[in-house]
Design a protein around this ligand. Structure first.
Ligand code: 5AD
Ligand code: SF4
Length: 484
């Protein structure tokens, strides 16, 4: 098993869909062949935890059936943030759970499983100051996959007042750069064409693993941004990592998520602009458009500073695609605050959005603020934000009609075997007919594009989430960059 996150699990774009673990269960549960079922959990909102409690109820029946049918027990483990947060409750309330392992305890799983084998409950929820799983390379489950995630740092020191992450994931720590580069090289050798660097605060990356890194100069924060912690001196920073990673394979696209808007010094923006294989796509989580609410959230910036950053990013990286996170109905949010968020969505016009209703967690806001926006008001505001976001995203995407976009093909489209699906540089889904196309070099016969190919697609229509177009030719990332 791999301790790496298969992707950012705490955030899903405003498209509804079946969760990956639901699919996992519909595949595995009918036959009950597994000896051990491990649930990787998320605590960021109450709904995510509720889903796990419901799932445990179903597993209880499965466990009994397995014992009856096969005579051997089915072991059940809860892993990740919910295990960290609710160890006692899980063990006592759900007697069927055999293993509870927090996000920093995955190395201990063999021992925990051995304890569980002996019929006892086993738990480890110790958080670590230095665990990055640097020496454990994940097993790629999809052979021939075109995209992969690479974890580069863990934890968060920001302490936004609504957020449970600093408590479940612990302090910020970065994986040594050498081990990240080794993993990206390995992925490149396997033919992976797109790597997303992952971390709770990916652009706060700060590798202190070697003595000589400790005296490196520290970059400043984005203008108008502050932190709750004192400036951290030294360490190899995100710009250095991005530079090194992007040099490994000129045919490999590089993305990263999730960044914090405070850590975008000019050298990072410049690098993104200059390198043809670093995608011109930034996630800039705003959370609210109201300075008053941002202060209550302890985000460390005002609406004006955030907007200034957006303008600076757009000036530095022309054509950049932007995405963001927003929370509707945070403690004390008035109708006026909500309207400020609506207007921020209109002003910025994001291409992708992740929008949530505030869900109270045991955080600073729980202890010091009142969750005083009624549930139905939160929902109404959330729906309004989603509607405005969609309208603006549709406009932003419509502006691409008639343009050529470079698409990395991922495979057949879900809706039709006659169409291919991939993503453009801005991470927007592009659908086009699976037809024979020529190679840009002009020396190869017509052929159909395969997963992992780059195809130049002329966009013919757009919605808030998808572009559609016609394929012009197969090409390469380097060749396409040279044409611009
Ligand atoms: N309620 C709702 N949304 C939350 N997020 C974090 N904590 C909460 C909460 N308590 C959202 C933020 C964050 C994203 C990963 O989840 O928007 O950026
Ligand atoms: Fe949570 Fe804020 Fe850290 Fe993001 S930056 S993980 S929202 S505490």
């Amino acid at each position: 098993m791999t301790p790496r996150s298969p992707g950012p699990s705490c955030r899903r774009a405003v498209t509804p869909g079946q969760s990956s673990w639901m699919r996992f269960f519909s595949l595995f549960c009918p036959s009950i062949q597994a000896d051990v079922i491990l649930l990787v959990t998320c605590s960021i909102r109450e709904k995510a935890e509720q889903a796990i409690w419901n799932r445990l109820r179903h597993l209880s029946a499965l466990k009994a059936r397995r014992q009856q049918q096969a005579g051997s027990p089915l072991r059940i483990g809860i892993l990740g943030c919910m295990a960290e947060r609710l160890k006692e409750e899980i063990l006592h309330r759900e007697k069927l759970v055999d293993i509870v392992a927090g996000p920093d305890a995955y190395r201990d799983l063999p021992r925990l499983l051995a304890v569980a084998e002996s019929g006892q409950q086993a738990a480890n929820v110790l958080l670590s100051l230095d665990e990055t799983y640097a020496d454990i390379l994940p097993v790629q489950t999809s052979a021939g996959g075109t995209t992969a995630f690479v974890s580069i740092m863990r934890g968060c020191d920001n302490m936004c007042s609504y957020c449970i992450v600093p408590f479940t994931r612990g302090r910020e720590r970065s994986r040594p750069i050498a081990s990240i580069l080794q993993e990206v090289r390995m992925l490149s050798d396997q033919g992976v064409k797109e790597v997303t660097l992952l971390g709770q605060n990916v652009n706060s990356f700060r590798d202190m693993s070697e003595v000589q890194f400790q005296s490196a100069a520290a970059p400043g924060l984005s203008r108008g941004f502050s932190t709750v912690y004192r400036a951290k001196p030294g360490g190899l920073r995100f710009a250095h990592l991005l530079d090194q990673v992007s040099r490994i394979d000129p045919e490999m696209r590089i993305r990263f998520t999730s960044p914090h808007p405070k850590d975008f010094p000019d050298e990072v923006l410049q690098l993104i602009q200059e390198r043809h294989n670093i995608c011109k796509q930034l996630h800039l989580p705003a959370q609210s458009g109201s300075t008053r609410v941002l202060e209550a959230m302890r985000r460390g910036y005002t609406r004006e500073a955030y907007l200034e950053l957006v303008h600076h990013v757009r000036d530095s990286i022309p054509g950049v695609s932007l995405s963001s996170d927003f929370i509707a109905g945070f403690c004390g949010e008035t109708e006026e605050d909500h309207q400020q968020t609506v207007s921020l969505l209109q002003d910025v016009r994001y291409n992708v959005g992740f929008l949530f209703a505030y869900s109270m967690r045991e955080t600073r806001a729980f202890h010091r603020l009142q969750d005083d926006v009624p549930a139905e008001v939160k929902q109404r505001r959330l729906q309004e934000l989603i509607a405005v976001f969609r309208e603006e995203a549709a406009r932003a995407n419509e502006a691409m009609v008639g343009q050529c976009q470079l698409v990395l093909v991922e495979g057949p489209s879900k809706r039709s075997a006659l169409e291919l699906c991939g993503r453009n540089d801005g991470n927007i889904k592009v659908i086009f007919p699976d037809a024979e196309v020529e190679d840009a070099a002009g020396c190869q016969a017509l052929a159909r594009a395969q997963p992992g190919d780059y195809v130049l697609v002329k966009v013919t229509s757009a919605s808030s989430q998808t572009l559609r177009g016609v394929p012009l030719r197969r090409t390469t990332l380097s060749r396409s960059a040279a044409c611009h």
